[in-house]
Design a protein around this ligand. Structure first.
Ligand code: PMP
Length: 427
């Protein structure tokens, strides 16, 4: 029975390895934007950006199964798919980002990106935003500042990490002000570090602030911060693991929305449609400087199976026009959510773009007091009503909306109708 399996899970995992719900449904199948539980219920999956093409996409399933039957090995061997996939990834990025490292996950990609920056600059300090999540490995955890993920995140930083104010235009200290107000602290941090002989080797951020609740950074923010970092010889890392790959609809990459080109880009999650795969893309100049400082070899990163998964995802994104779908269904969904915001005072704002939206819940529109308990209650109620949605943000008061990119209007309308109902019941 379900209780036994949950108890067995708790017996073999540490408490930090939480699952999403107090009493989670036991899932056994996925199909497009739905997940099915063992008791025969279908759940609309509004949170799963690991499967942008939809769950169990037959094209990926066939390609991966075929490759598994033929060959799987490590990427030191010479085979076509790893070359083709790397070329296709690099072709998606602006010059001079043309050199690719393939790994298995987002955390690994961020770790490697930081090491590449340290290797290329010979400097060890890194500047990161508050409210960030970049992974759980040593270096990616060090730059993960979100107190939602780790209450000690800001207190327990290694001394090479320097954090700056989250440029969250809704909740930040400079509400209503221009990007310069937000960028000032970051620029000053870089300059102060340089003045003491510790100019940072890297600045890392999401380029559209997914972890802060899917908020767009203030226009021009990254341009100002990147300029300061580069003036002092540092490199810029864009973590596109959540926001990149077409999810934002109008922009394939988050950094396009900011009008900048980073020195190093990290991707993962979506790029294998659930198959473990991550990548770091940088310039040849940066990549080659790493040779004297670090070693790189990932046994399964870019394996024949992973590379086929990566190629098939790119083909399917294109053939099914899923970025276009993110524009169309995303706009429809956002408009519906904005209608709900007019009727439900608990909604403080609707953030985001394309199919990465955030519904921020507040108790008071003037003080913006977060409503985390209400957010959890809503998520639990929506699960009963057949919708999977989860809180995000430092205050855990933003409904994170990032469904598979194949979601249609009917499902989007089901989501907003269910949210409407759950909000009405909550009042
Ligand atoms: N960076 C960002 C922005 C992420 O959202 C995540 C995953 N939530 C990671 C890095 C880490 O990726 P992974 O879980 O694949 O290690």
């Amino acid at each position: 029975p379900q209780e036994d399996l949950l108890a067995r899970r708790d017996a073999s995992f540490a408490t930090v390895q939480e699952h999403y719900y107090g009493n989670p449904p036991r899932i056994e199948r996925g199909w497009r934007h739905h997940m099915l539980s063992t008791d025969g219920r279908a759940y609309l999956d509004m949170v799963n950006n690991v499967t942008p093409l939809g769950h169990a996409h037959p094209r990926v399933e066939r390609a991966v199964a075929r490759q598994l039957r033929r060959l799987n090995t490590n990427s030191r061997f010479h085979y076509a798919s790893v070359v083709e996939f790397s070329e296709r990834l690099a072709a998606l990025l602006p010059a001079p980002l043309d050199t690719v490292f393939l790994v298995n996950s987002g955390s690994e990609a961020v770790d490697l990106a930081i090491r590449l920056a340290i290797g290329a600059t010979g400097r060890h300090d890194v500047v990161a935003l508050r409210e960030a999540y970049h992974g759980w490995t040593y270096a990616s955890d060090a730059v993960s500042t979100s107190i939602a993920d780790n209450p000690n995140a800001l207190a327990s930083r290694p001394d090479w990490v320097h954090t700056v104010d989250s440029p969250n235009p809704y909740r930040g200290n400079h509400r209503g002000e221009a990007a310069t107000a937000y960028a000032t602290e970051a620029v000053r941090t870089v300059e102060d570090l340089a003045a003491t002989g510790r100019a940072p080797g890297a600045f890392i951020s999401e380029s559209f602030y997914g972890n802060a609740g899917a908020v767009a950074l203030p226009d021009g923010y990254l341009a100002q911060v990147y300029a300061a970092v580069r003036r002092h010889g540092g490199l810029t890392i864009a973590d596109e693991i959540q926001v990149g790959y077409g999810r934002l609809g109008s922009w394939f990459w988050g950094f396009e929305q900011q009008g900048v080109t980073p020195d190093i880009v990290t991707v993962a999650k979506a790029i294998g449609n659930g198959h473990p795969l991550g990548a770091v893309i940088t310039s040849r100049a940066v990549a080659e400087r790493y040779r004297d400082q670090g070693y790189f070899f990932s046994s399964t990163g870019g394996s024949p199976v992973s590379s086929i998964a990566g190629l098939t995802v790119l083909d399917t994104l294109r053939d099914e026009d899923l970025q276009g779908n993110a524009v169309r269904v995303g706009a429809h969904l956002k408009a519906r959510l904005e209608e709900l915001a007019e009727r439900h005072p608990l909604i403080g704002a609707v953030h985001g773009a394309g199919l990465y939206l955030g519904v921020e819940l507040v108790r008071d529109h003037a003080t913006l007091e977060p409503a985390p308990e209400e957010t959890t209650e809503l998520c639990d109620r929506m699960l009963d009503l057949g919708v999977i949605v989860q809180p995000t943000g430092d205050h855990q008061n933003v409904l994170k909306i990032k469904p598979p990119l194949c979601i249609d209007r009917t499902a989007a309308d089901f989501f907003t109708a269910t949210l409407d109902r759950a909000l009405t019941e909550l009042r």
